[in-house]
Each structure stands twice: as structure tokens, then as C-alpha cells.
Design a protein around this ligand. Structure first.
Ligand SMILES: [Zn+2]
Length: 632
């Protein structure tokens, strides 16, 4: 049987899929648009229907429909497989009975939740009190519709009876968190509450939150976690916000349903909310793929500030630049928007401070409050020293050197050296921070040991999947030392910039091999070129191993003949590249350029050996050296 992945790939219209996220325009037989994976003004993102792949010349992102969906939605391969299968109308084979059963259960729970949602929405139509409440809170009918709000009526088993009438079993209703088991039987989980459906990334309802209409506590109540719903993986509003997050390359994070809904209603559609849980690593991972910065818009009370600082720490650990938005005292996003409108909120966003500076301010504030003074200058000397000590410990934990420096600049007036010279003070503080960092690394459970955890990929910002090639190209060990670094030799500690021209020349030669008019010039040369990038070498080898010259194949066939993704990505970018136009002259120049570089490298290597060796000079080596010297 055919690989379902392949079948799905063939059936999905990649241009149509991508168009859901990126505005594409025709470019010859391909389409191009602004890359959704990096910020750019002129399009370098291409979709090729003939190759059935996308490729970005800016950031190197590249791949098929699966790669696109995984990346833009921040989902796993499995999830992408399911969604594309659904879209393509391909039925996936079940791998095992157990999985089948688990999926059957998921399906049943989905049905239960779906039915409950249908019921809650109907109830809202018949509940003037609930509608009035929403209206008082300032929600427009469009917003209520967009967020698909509902109402859970005031009674013990209305929902239960509705579900039973629609062939949902009590077991499923229990597992889906819709009802509860009590001493006297089962009863509805949410009663007399406005209902906020919670969606997954695909926009399917998976759980509910409820806001009481009476004085009952708690004010907000979520249905419990189920196989469908895990709080730590779920951001409320994600399915509505994702498009705007991709466009704006940033996200606003708030803490509650109402704040989120109001932000969207006022046009801040890149907002998402955590659901009665702290901001988690999973949340950070979900955002990190799409954003360049995150704004934390939490309540301005002390609990809100602590929560924001904790969230900032999680985001900083994931490498996401984070800003904390401060609202006027006593306001929350909802109240501010109603009083002062979108402009006031935008001002607060624009004025948001990096989380590190904000955190530092909190450390200082705590000391001031304890001492009962308003400014650091009013503290006595021992107290100042204590503030400085705590502040430096905070700074030492920061990842980004830029933020460290920004924080230290704020602290210089506290340094005893400040009176002599601010610059001297800054340098003294920098030394202190380095010392603290060394101590933290030595301490058990310190940063260094945490980073070393297997699978702990939190230490660096996730790289774009395709971005590796271009990044490698920037810092790869190369230049004139690469001739000495044979295979299996560990790369020298010092990396030398690999000139762009080398990579370009190699690409031109590879392109020439794919083109009928120029292939003859280069095919024989491929084995002799010392490729500077491993993927260039791998592709050259693969092309040589084909039973026919590469240009005899249809593009798609050629792509399928290659085994691994990096090679396919490289081939895609070569096939899409049109500049510079290939001509025999260009190709010959590139070959000559690489030849000259190779000889120069060899020359330097010989010279090195000759001058370093304690042995008397080897006459043959000298001869070779002079021959190379004269010839090049
Ligand atoms: Zn890109």
C-alpha cells in the first residue's frame, strides 16, 4: 500500500494551503509572497506547484505541505498528518487496535463536547439575563458570535438530559468533564454560568470555562482536564489569534477570558490567554515558533506582577524577547479599553519595558518598600549595598548580554565607584556579574547543569528548520584552513568566515549540473570539487549516482530520487533560483574560481608544513609549492 504521506502530498494543493496564511502572487510558473517565517519587505518566499514545495531564500525555510503546516501552526507531525489527511480526504490506516480505541474514545469525547456546546449556545438565545450580562460587559453581538459563547442553565441536570437524549453516554459525558458524579447521582458541571468554549489549534471545541451569574464562588470555573484538554498545552483564543500573530510576529498574553475577548473586540487580534494556570514551557514553545516578541499584559496587582515575572522567566528560558506591559494603577485590560479605548492600550504596549528591566525594578522596589523610602538615594549605605547585591544576582541570571548591560546601566548609581566615574562603575558591576555567574554555574542545580539536561533544548532559541544551512554558511569552518581539515578531523576551534562567493560558485555549478546546456561542463568535475558545505557535497554525490544525467529527469522525479530533507531543500532552492542566469561563461568562471582557491589552500598548507617541520625541507614539497605559485 502507498505511504499515506505521499498520497496526501499529491492530493493537497500546496498553493491553496499556503494561501490561507500568505498572500501569494504569480511569478512565472511559481508563486511568491512575504515569508511568514521571518520578517521581510520584499518577497523571497516561493511556492512551486511543479515541485510541490515551498522555499524561502531569505531564511532558508523549505519543505512540503507537512513542513509548512507544522511550522506555521506549531503542531507535531502527527497532528499535521491528521489535518492534511482530513483536508485531502485520505483515510489513515490504523496502526494498532489500542490506538484505534484511544482514537475512538477521543472521537466520542469530541462528540459529547460538540453536543454540549450546541446546547449551551441554544440556551444563550433563551437566557435574557445572560445576554444582558454580556451586553453590560460591553460585548458586541459579533464578538459573542465569534467566540461562540453560550449559557449553562440554572438547574442540576439540563445538560445531562440533553446529552442522553442525543445518545451520549454518561461515561463519555463524565470523561469529557461535562458532568460530575455526586452522592445522589450525576449533575451538570457548569450551572447558571456564561459559557466560554475553549478550542484547540484546529478550532475544535475541547472544553469550557464558565463565569457565574450569581455570587457563587469561584467566579470563573473551567471544566476539568480530559484526554482532549490539557491546560498546559492550551492557549485560549489561539485558533483566532494565530493569523494575526503570524502577521505581527508578536503576541499579547493575558490571564483571562474577558480580557482576551475585549482585546480582540478592540482589534488586538494577536492576543491569547492562559487558562487558570501559570504560563508553561509548552505555551512558550507554541509561541516561540511564530513570534519575535511577546507582551505580557497581566493585572497590575502584586499577584499579577508575580505571575508576569514568572511567565517572563519561562519565555526568557525559551529565548523569546519578552516585554511587560504596565497599566495605570487599578486598571485591567478590559476596564482600560472601555474607559480609554484602543489607543490607550496601544500606548501601554508601546511603552512596555523589557521584562528584565521590569524585574530589576521589582527587586529594587521591594527593598524600598521594606525600608519605607521612595528612592534608592535615600537608603543608607548598608541598605544600598544589599539592594545592589540582590540586583546583581538577578542580572547574573539573565541570558541576553544586551539586557544585562541595560540593567547594569540602571544600577551604576548604586556602585561605590560611581562618584569616581560612571564608566568605572559599570565595569566594576560587569566584573561582579561575571563572578556571580561563575558561582551560579558551580552551584548544583545552577544554570550550567540545567542546560546540560538531555533533551533540554531550552538553552537556545529554536532555529528555523531550514535556516541551518544559511547559518552554517556564515560561520562554517572554512577559508584557507579547510584544506587541512580532512574528514573525521575535528574542526579547528577558530571558525573563519566562509566567503559568500564560494557558496555562490558552488551553487552555480550544482545548478549547471541540473541544466541540459551546461551539464556537460560540470558533471565530470563534481567528484573533484572540494565542497565547502556538507550539503553541497552530499547533493553532488547523489547526482553522480543517478543512472542518468540529472537534467534528463522531471523536476519532481529528481526530488523524489533524493533521500533526505536537507538535500531536497537544497535541490528546491537550486531549481527555483533564476539569478544569475546560467551561461557557459558564468559556469566556467565559477569552476576557475574554485580551482584557484583550492590551489591557494594547497599552497598555504605546503608552506605551513615546510616552515613548521623540524625536518630539513623536503625538496619535492618545495617544488610543488613553487609550481603552484607560478601557476596561480
Ligand atoms: Zn523566510
Amino acid at each position: 500500500m502507498r505511504d499515506p504521506r505521499e498520497e496526501i502530498r499529491e492530493r493537497i494543493d500546496l498553493v491553496e494551503l499556503v494561501s490561507g496564511y500568505v498572500r501569494l502572487e504569480r511569478a512565472g510558473s511559481n508563486f511568491k509572497g512575504l515569508c511568514p517565517f521571518h520578517t521581510e519587505r520584499t518577497p523571497s518566499f516561493y511556492v512551486s506547484p511543479s515541485l510541490n514545495r515551498f522555499h524561502c531564500f531569505g531564511c532558508g525555510a523549505s519543505g512540503d505541505a507537512f513542513a509548512f503546516l507544522m511550522r506555521i501552526e506549531g503542531i507535531s507531525f502527527r497532528e499535521a498528518l491528521h489535518r492534511l489527511a482530513e483536508r485531502a480526504g485520505v483515510e489513515l490506516r490504523r496502526e494498532s487496535l489500542a490506538r484505534q480505541e484511544a482514537e475512538d474514545e477521543i472521537e466520542r469525547l469530541r462528540r459529547a463536547v460538540f453536543a454540549a456546546h450546541f446546547y449551551y449556545r441554544q440556551c444563550l438565545q433563551r437566557a435574557p439575563r445572560a445576554r444582558q450580562y454580556l451586553q453590560q460587559r460591553g460585548l458586541t453581538p459579533e464578538t459573542i458570535e465569534r467566540f461562540q459563547l453560550g449559557y449553562a442553565p440554572n438547574g442540576w441536570d439540563y445538560l445531562l438530559r440533553f446529552l442522553q437524549k442525543h445518545q451520549i453516554t454518561i461515561e463519555d459525558a463524565l470523561s469529557a468533564g461535562l458532568i460530575r458524579q455526586g452522592e445522589h447521582g450525576h449533575y451538570d458541571y457548569l450551572r447558571d454560568r456564561v459559557v466560554f468554549p475553549i478550542h484547540d489549534a484546529a478550532g475544535r471545541v475541547i472544553a469550557f470555562g464558565g463565569r457565574t451569574l450569581s455570587d457563587e464562588e469561584p467566579k470563573y470555573l473551567n471544566t476539568p482536564e480530559t484526554p482532549l484538554f490539557e491546560k498546559r498545552n492550551t492557549l485560549y483564543g489561539w485558533h483566532l489569534a494565530r493569523g494575526a500573530i503570524v502577521r505581527q510576529r508578536s503576541a499579547i498574553v493575558v490571564e483571562g477570558y474577558m480580557d482576551l475577548i475585549m482585546l480582540h473586540q478592540f482589534g488586538f487580534e494577536h492576543a491569547v490567554a492562559t487558562l487558570g494556570t501559570a504560563f508553561t514551557e509548552q505555551h512558550a514553545a507554541q509561541l516561540r515558533r511564530l513570534v519575535e516578541r511577546v507582551y505580557l499584559l497581566y493585572d497590575s496587582d502584586s499577584a499579577g506582577i508575580r505571575a508576569a515575572l514568572r511567565a517572563a522567566e519561562v519565555l526568557e528560558e525559551a529565548g523569546v524577547p519578552t516585554f511587560i506591559v504596565e497599566l495605570p494603577m487599578g486598571e485591567d485590560p478590559d476596564s482600560l479599553l472601555h474607559k480609554a479605548g484602543a489607543e490607550a492600550l496601544q500606548q501601554a504596549l508601546d511603552a512596555a519595558r523589557p521584562a528584565s528591566l521590569f524585574g530589576l525594578e521589582q527587586v529594587i522596589q521591594e527593598h524600598l518598600i521594606r525600608a519605607g523610602v521612595e528612592r534608592v538615594e535615600l537608603l543608607d549605605l548598608p541598605a544600598r549595598a544589599r539592594v545592589l547585591q540582590d540586583s546583581l544576582r538577578f542580572v547574573a541570571r539573565l541570558r541576553s548580554p544586551v539586557e544585562q548591560t541595560a540593567c547594569l546601566e540602571r544600577l551604576t548609581p548604586l556602585s561605590p565607584a560611581y562618584l569616581t566615574s560612571p564608566q568605572a562603575a559599570l565595569e566594576a558591576l560587569q566584573r561582579d556579574v561575571r563572578r556571580l555567574q561563575r558561582e551560579q554555574r558551580r552551584a548544583p542545580g545552577g544554570r550550567a547543569s540545567r542546560r546540560a539536561e538531555p533533551g533540554g533544548q531550552t538553552s537556545r532559541r529554536a532555529e528555523p528548520a531550514g535556516g541551518r544551512a544559511s547559518r552554517q554558511a556564515e560561520t562554517l569552518v572554512g577559508g584557507d584552513t579547510d584544506a587541512t581539515a580532512g574528514e573525521g578531523t575535528p574542526p579547528p576551534a577558530l571558525s573563519v568566515q566562509l566567503p559568500r562567493a564560494v557558496i555562490d560558485a558552488e551553487r552555480t555549478i550544482l545548478r549547471a549540473a541540473l541544466t541540459a546546456e551546461t551539464a556537460a561542463m560540470v558533471l565530470d568535475q563534481l567528484p573533484h570539487i572540494e565542497w565547502s558545505l556538507p550539503e553541497h557535497r552530499a547533493l553532488a554525490q547523489a547526482l553522480q549516482q543517478l543512472p542518468q544525467p540529472p537534467y534528463r529527469y522531471a523536476e519532481r522525479e529528481l526530488l523524489n530520487a533524493l533521500q533526505d530533507e536537507p538535500q531536497q531543500a537544497l535541490l528546491t532552492s537550486l531549481l527555483l533560483q533564476t539569478e544569475p542566469p546560467l551561461s557557459p561563461t558564468t559556469v566556467a568562471e565559477c569552476l576557475a574560481y574554485l580551482q584557484r582557491r583550492r590551489e591557494r589552500a594547497r599552497r598555504l598548507q605546503i608552506l605551513n608544513e615546510l616552515t613548521r617541520s623540524d625536518q630539513p625541507p623536503d625538496p619535492e614539497k618545495w617544488q610543488e609549492y613553487w609550481r603552484l605559485r607560478v601557476e596561480s
